[in-house]
Design a protein around this ligand. Sequence first.
Ligand code: NAD
Length: 505
Amino acid sequence: MTETAPAAAAPQATAAATFATRSPATGERLAEYPVHGPEDISRVVARARTTQAGWAALPASRRRELLLRWKKAIAEDLDTVARTIAQETGKPVGDAELEVVLTLEHLAWAARNAPRVLGRRGVRTGLFTVHQRACLVHRPLGVIGVIGPWNYPLYTPMGSIGYALAAGNAVVFKPSELTPGTGVLLAELFDSAAPEHAGLLTTVTGAAATGDALARSGVDKVAFTGSPGTARKVMAVCAETLTPFLAECGGKDAVIVTADADLEAAADAIVWGALSNAGQTCAGVERVYAVREVHEELCARVVEKARALRTGAGADAAYGPMTLPGQVAVVERHVSGAVAVGGRALLGGPAAVRAPYVAPVVLTGVPEDAPAMTEETFGPVVTINAVAGVDEAVKRANASRYALGAAVFCGSGRTGAAIAARLRAGAVSVNSVLGFAAVPALPFGGSKDSGFGRIHGEEGLRAFTSVQSVTVQRFAPAIALTSFAVPAATRERAVRLARALHRRR
Ligand code: NAD
């Protein structure tokens, strides 16, 4: 998208204001989008509500068919989608293609599994309810407001959008102001695949004020992905109307490397996990705790691999520019701060932090209370600290205000899984990094400053439903307890029976 004409798929804005997107690499103007305000959003949400009624009434198999048609449309237009992502974020086209591929996997899983996961399910009744048939039903919530970030502008919001639609909801999507084109394209492709349900997924564009208006618009849930600071603001708005809220925020993910780990594999994964997408990955590797015996060798291998990477523009670059210009100052503060308090730069250092391309930085010996260890850096920087053993590594990994993902490199998968169980993280990969993000059946999300709630997997489908419990009385009960006409003797018999049963153990 190189024109500056307003994007077609976004609804007409009542206000005349527009904003432009720019290439993070060159500053070149890419396109212009309307700034949608409260009135526009009210209109879009009302339309979504009408459309949703028809969508929810469809048999689940028909919704699956239409979502798979949308998936096919995205796959057929993969090149355009990847190019749009690459233009808006600056990431290499190959990375953007991988993002689309992962997105397709998730959409396919949500579409195919929603009927099974959300279908009516019978449950057993109890001693005093044998006369009832009981079941639970997952009902869509209605209209979901999705507020997305810029770092994975397709994959991340699809974790909410695809699953919410599969569960029978409509979605109003507010992408980041840095990546509106990707959001607009996504809705356009939905409309082209399911024109009879146009309005079910609408992308509105704008910055914080547009997101705020969406949170205030009466949607039935807000699914937010972004920084914890913004999550707090949006949650406060949702609290006013008790609108349910889901928060997928940042991370400070740790990797633990044990003495018997395959150091070559660990170094390879750490370099990719820390530096791909210029380190702008919520569950990217930011801290490594390596046991003392292997610390030096691991550092040497990481430095050698990171040094060999080419950063910059073009398809052969390992990673591209910092997408958010303001983030460079945060990275600079973390790297300079780490060095100022005794950390050593094994590669890069403060001089490597230049806009828009930040060269890889590998640090060691950084005090645990330095901002480089406590705050999300969101840049191509990794710290590798030595620890006495696994216990210390686990303690340090868990001593973060974030708790999103983690990884363990260990000679035995079984021991790795035992270490994983001690980690306070929403997801852990053993002998790989970010393995969990590519398995659609696995829920994703964190705790503490990383947010709460889960996207992906069965939990990610249920997150966009409310469960309704239903009983159907099959015959009049022998011991009726829900009537004023129950004789005292019947009640006493029930109490005797319950006491006899529950006293046993
Ligand atoms: P951000 O918090 O600046 O913005 C996120 C979204 O919120 C944007 O669409 C923005 O326009 C909107 N927004 C800003 N102020 C708002 C307000 N007052 N009311 C409503 N909406 C508002 O985050 P970002 O810089 O776009 O994204 C980077 C952050 O996202 C990082 O912390 C990263 O770790 C996190 N992230 C988390 C995940 C995850 O799944 N856990 C995935 C990707 C990114």
